[in-house]
Design a protein around this ligand. Sequence first.
Ligand code: NAP
Length: 484
Amino acid sequence: MSDLGTVERPLRAAIIGSGPAGFYAAEHLLKRNDANRAGPGREAEEPARIEVDVFDRLPTPFGLVRAGVAPDHPKIKSVIRVYEKTAARDGFRFFGNVDVGRDVTVPELAERYDAIVYAYGTPTDRQLGIPGENLPGSHPATEFVAWYNAHPDFAGAAFDLDCERAVVIGNGNVAADVTRMLVLPRPELAVTDTADHAIDGLAGSGVCEVVVLGRRGPAQAAFTNPEVRELGELTEADIVVDPAEVELDELSRSELASEEADPTSKRNVELLTGFSRREPEGKPKRVVMRFLRSPVEIQGDGKVERLVVAVNELHRDENGAIRARDTGEREVIECGLVLRSIGYKGVSLGGTPFDERRGVIPNDAGRVIDPDAGGEQVPGHYAVGWIKRGPSGVIGTNKKDAAETVQSLLADLEAGAVPTREPIEPGIEELLAQRAPEAVSYEGWTAIDRAEVAAGEPHGRPRAKFCRVAEMVEAARAGEPVRG
Ligand code: NAP
């Protein structure tokens, strides 16, 4: 019987990605090191011994909590306090600024760890597949989000904010986030942790109308209720909804009336119907929500000038799902900026099976499986979060998701089905010293954190974010012990 997972031979897990899924997985694993004390009718259990190394390609942890959540939603970011407790646990280490796939490969990690947990999310965007999609002025909303959140890969990105009308394609919460950010006034931006470059760009923006396009109807929108409500509470922008476009067709009406109706969708329809009854208050900007409209072509002479949209109707497909169908009718929306907010997509890091169509790692309850080998488990490899299930749900969804994956891993450990890695030279520390000499430890991150918070404080901001990796590494070095 293997002694893997004991004090004599701890289980060593590498988690790739330090967003919510990675941190919840680390927490579920490390809490197994707590002694399960004896209680009434229960004997004390031998605690497991697990060590977790979390890798991130950025020097900063927390994934989309730092680089995705909208800056005007600071409360959502307070979940970081939970992750800080995990990071303080015995057995936790962070290796930031290490790009798995470039600095160190998955097979190299697999030689050095008993278990690999993929938690790197879905870093790219889905494509519309329409002509003109890549004209200058048409961007994935994910890039706009990364730009205003000071993600170092997008600090130098440029968005044409001189135009009067922007179109946001999609009816999800990312679409709601970018729409708000496009119309927030300077005083509201200035108290957030929005990247400095984006505060200047957004506050000086000429955009006075944002059109939000949903390909289906209001009953099928993916927004959650607070995000819809907020669109009606913007200080500088009126909300405009055409009553004819929120009037439900027969399919949507019967779906909402059914017992299985989603309460979020019902409430969304009520909120949107309420908006359609409002008279504009004469605010300087407008958010116009359109439904049953699909983009079919982005046109312009060297840059975005207009969007051609199809007018849709709803129908039930062979599986009973309500889908949009092109009626053949076309409309043209003049605009200078298009943000395509139609969802994120995962990519392969190499070294593990990958479902290219869905953009996820194939898995069974978090255990990576190989469809080319009859769906057999890849021993010691696990997936969690968006790269496991696709880009859906809110931050908290990942807690349950991580619990499932860790349960699978621990069951495998118990069953002796996690392979025990023999020691190999160079070990991970030496390998990283050669390949990623600028790697940032958790201590280094806390130094970055302190520097950002100190820079934001005099301006009443939660933090002023660094947006270049070199600045982050410099701040981290100031807080890390000098290495011998
Ligand atoms: P999402 O919720 O999946 O929404 C994607 C939207 O794009 C849907 O409205 C979808 O319409 C539309 N779409 C997809 N393909 C399209 C096409 N070819 N043409 C036109 N429209 C198309 O994705 P997301 O907004 O990127 O959000 C990702 C996840 O993060 C979600 O779970 C979201 O709730 C979460 N999130 C949460 C918050 C928050 O809690 N505040 C903030 C941001 C993100 P169909 O429904 O017709 O497919």
